[in-house]
Design a protein around this ligand. Structure first.
Ligand SMILES: NC(=O)c1ccc[n+]([C@@H]2O[C@H](COP(=O)([O-])OP(=O)(O)OC[C@H]3O[C@@H](n4cnc5c(N)ncnc54)[C@H](OP(=O)(O)O)[C@@H]3O)[C@@H](O)[C@H]2O)c1
Length: 221
């Protein structure tokens, strides 16, 4: 598979890129609004892998170019810029599966709170912005980027998948489970995305209020 990470220069993009490049043979493309930044970050990820004896080529492109070449496109950008980003690459998504890990959150003195958009969820916003016929899967919302990017850290996490297209969901489940220590669980259709997204501020609040806990994820037993 060829996976493009739009905004792959950022935190969750880095974590997913490193893990897929380290644990699988999938081709990883880094996208950015600035192709030069994409190339720099791709090189940085290659150097990190090289230091662990893994020789992988990771390429950087402008977001649209990265999307154009990919089977699966992960929109790894802040929720508030998700729609713009999808619209920018929309005509390059033919035959691709679009993945949204984005969560809208607001912060106050008590902590972080889920900021549910009018569409019902950020994943639903992504689906509304995607061209007709492009399947959208919500995934990776509840992974902590810092731990993902630390290749010494063992994962024992679940990632919860929502989407209305079973084939697309299966493709993303396989990609997710290519990452060692990650189990993909099906949580139903896009209508269930808000519940999944809202777990992310919960995890951050648990970490914030409890000494010694950080970079939390979930594992269902
Ligand atoms: N961080 C986590 O632990 C985590 C975990 C699970 C899910 N998520 C979700 O994943 C998404 C990305 O999170 P992140 O922490 O990786 O974010 P981030 O590091 O703040 O940003 C990711 C990338 O988004 C691009 N970007 C920033 N502003 C933009 C804009 N105005 N328009 C288009 N692109 C823009 C940037 O790439 P360029 O400047 O190179 O274009 C940036 O490197 C969010 O929706 C978040 O809710 C994050």
């Amino acid at each position: 598979m060829r996976i493009a990470l739009l905004g792959g220069t950022g935190d969750i993009g880095q974590g997913l890129a490193l893990r897929w490049a380290y644990d699988t043979n999938h081709e990883v493309l880094i996208g950015s609004r600035d192709p030069e930044r994409a190339r720099e970050k791709a090189e940085e990820y290659e150097t990190e892998l090289d230091s662990r004896g893994v020789d992988r080529e990771i390429k950087g492109f402008a977001n649209a170019m990265a999307a154009d070449r990919a089977d699966v496109v992960v929109a790894a950008v802040p929720a508030y810029h998700l729609v713009d980003t999808i619209e920018t690459v929309g005509d390059r998504l033919e035959d691709a599966v679009l993945v949204s890990p984005a969560v809208g959150m607001k912060r106050d003195d008590d902590g972080l709170h889920y900021n549910r958009p009018g569409a019902g969820s950020v994943t639903a916003l992504a689906a509304d912005a995607a061209p007709d016929g492009v399947p959208v899967v919500g995934a990776f919302h509840n992974l902590a980027a810092g731990r993902l990017a630390d290749l010494d850290a063992e994962l024992e996490w679940d990632t919860l998948l929502v989407g209305d297209d079973p084939d697309a969901k299966n493709i993303v489940a396989d990609l997710a489970e290519g990452i060692e220590g990650l189990r993909a669980l099906d949580v139903g259709g896009l209508a269930n995305a808000a519940e999944v997204e809202s777990v992310t501020p919960l995890l951050i609040n648990v970490a914030r209020e409890n000494d010694g806990l950080h970079d939390l994820g979930v594992r269902f037993h």
